[in-house]
Design a protein around this ligand. Structure first.
Ligand SMILES: NC(=O)c1ccc[n+]([C@@H]2O[C@H](COP(=O)([O-])OP(=O)(O)OC[C@H]3O[C@@H](n4cnc5c(N)ncnc54)[C@H](O)[C@@H]3O)[C@@H](O)[C@H]2O)c1
Length: 315
C-alpha cells in the first residue's frame, strides 16, 4: 500500500537513492534536508514529480508534519564534513533523533535510524557482530559523530522500552555509488576523481590495508527490508559488504575501469586512521533475508560513469 514517507537527509547520497526506490514503489515522499552536505542536484530529477515534496529544514528543530513512516538519515557522514561544525553534528544526531522520535510517537508510526559502523569505534573484535559494544573515544575529534550516533541509538531504544514505539536501527558500513561527494576524503571517490583527472592515485601506507565497500543499491535494499519487518524487529542490524579489498587492489580496479595514464603515489599512513571495520552480516541474512549482490567491479563502473558525467571529464 502506498505510504506518505518522511526521509530526513533526503538530498544526500543515501537519502536520494532511498527516495528513488520509495517513489518507484508508488509512495509519496516528504524530503527534509537543510542542504548542509546534500544538494538539490541529487533530487533535481524529482522536483516536478507529483509524489515528491522538498522541505528545507534543520532536524535539530521540531517538525510537525503528517506522515506514515520516517527514515532518519540527516547527518553529515564523512570526517571532513562532520568535523567542520562538531557541535552541530552532535545536535543533528541527538536533538534530530529526539525530534523524529517525538514525531513518530505523536503519529504512532515507525521510525528508522541510520546508524553507523562508527558506533563500534576502533573495534577489538573482527568482524563486528551487533552484540559488540564498541571501543569509542568520548572526547576525540571523531566523537561528535560516533557518540552522537550512539546517543541516538540509546534514545531509539528508550523510546521503545518506555513507549513501545516501532523502531528500526540499521548500522551502515562503508557505502559507495553515484552521488557520493567528490571531495569528502573517501577512498572510492578520491581514487575515481583522481583517475578521471589524470592525477596520481594516492595510497596512504603500503596499500596492503583492506577495506570493504557496499554498493548503494544493496544498502538501500537492506534498509527498506528492515523498515518492512514486523514490530518486534528493532535491530540494530549491520548492513554492509563483508568482502575485503586491499587499497592497492581498489586502485588497480579503478585504473582498469577509467583507463588513462594515472600512476599510484604512496604517502605515509595518518596516525588517526582507524583500523578497518568489517561487518558481520549474519543477522541481516537471517532476519532480513538480505545479502549484498553487486560485485565491486560493477558498482565501480556505475560510480565511475556518474563521476565522468558530473566532472565533465573526457579521460
Ligand atoms: N555513506 C556511508 O557510507 C554511511 C555509513 C554509515 C552511516 N551513514 C549514515 O547514513 C546517513 C546518510 O549519509 P550519506 O552518506 O548519505 O551522507 P550525506 O552527507 O550525503 O547525507 C546527509 C544529508 O543530511 C543532511 N543534513 C545534515 N544535517 C542536517 C540537519 N541538521 N537537518 C537536516 N538535514 C541535515 C545533509 O544536507 C545531507 O543531505 C547519515 O546519517 C550517515 O551517518 C552513511
Amino acid at each position: 500500500m502506498s505510504q506518505r514517507i518522511l526521509v530526513t537527509g533526503g538530498a544526500g547520497f543515501l537519502g536520494s537513492h532511498l527516495i528513488d526506490r520509495l517513489i518507484a514503489e508508488g509512495n509519496e515522499i516528504l524530503c527534509v534536508d537543510n542542504l548542509f552536505t546534500g544538494s538539490r542536484r541529487n533530487v533535481a530529477h524529482l522536483l516536478d514529480h507529483p509524489r515528491f515534496e522538498f522541505l528545507r529544514h534543520d532536524v535539530s528543530f521540531p517538525l510537525y508534519v503528517e506522515v506514515d513512516q520516517i527514515y532518519n538519515l540527516a547527518c553529515p557522514a564523512s570526517p571532513i564534513h562532520y568535523q567542520r561544525d562538531p557541535v552541530q553534528t552532535t545536535k543533528t544526531s541527538v536533538i534530530g533523533a529526539i525530534n523524529m522520535l517525538g514525531l513518530a510517537k505523536r503519529l504512532r508510526i515507525k521510525v528508522l535510524q541510520a546508524s553507523t559502523s562508527e558506533v563500534y569505534g576502533d573495534p577489538a573484535v573482527h568482524p563486528q557482530p551487533e552484540e559488540y559494544w564498541g571501543n569509542v573515544n568520548p572526547i576525540g575529534p571523531r566523537s561528535c559523530y560516533d557518540e552522537g550516533k550512539r546517543a541516538a541509538e540509546t534514545l531509539f531504544f528508550d523510546y521503545r522500552r518506555q513507549m513501545d514505539l516501532g523502531i528500526k536501527v540499521i548500522r551502515i558500513f562503508n557505502t559507495y555509488g553515484p552521488r557520493m561527494h567528490p571531495n569528502d576524503g573517501r577512498v572510492v571517490s578520491n581514487f575515481i576523481v583522481q583517475a578521471l583527472r589524470g592525477e596520481p592515485l594516492t595510497i596512504y601506507g603500503d596499500g596492503s590495508q583492506t577495506r570493504s565497500f557496499c554498493y548503494v543499491d544493496d544498502l538501500i535494499d537492506g534498509m527498506v527490508r528492515l523498515m518492512q519487518t514486523p514490530h518486534d524487529v528493532t535491530g540494530p542490524i549491520n548492513v554492509g559488504n563483508p568482502g575485503e579489498y586491499t587499497m592497492l587492489e581498489l586502485a588497480e580496479e579503478v585504473l582498469r575501469i577509467v583507463g588513462g595514464r594515472s600512476t599510484i603515489e604512496y604517502r605515509p599512513l595518518p596516525t588517526d586512521d582507524p583500523k578497518q571495520r568489517q561487518p558481520d552480516i549474519d543477522k541481516a541474512k537471517s532476519v532480513l533475508g538480505w545479502e549484498p549482490r553487486v560485485a565491486l567491479a560493477d558498482g565501480l563502473e556505475r560510480t565511475v560513469e556518474y563521476f565522468r558525467e558530473t566532472l565533465g571529464a573526457t579521460s
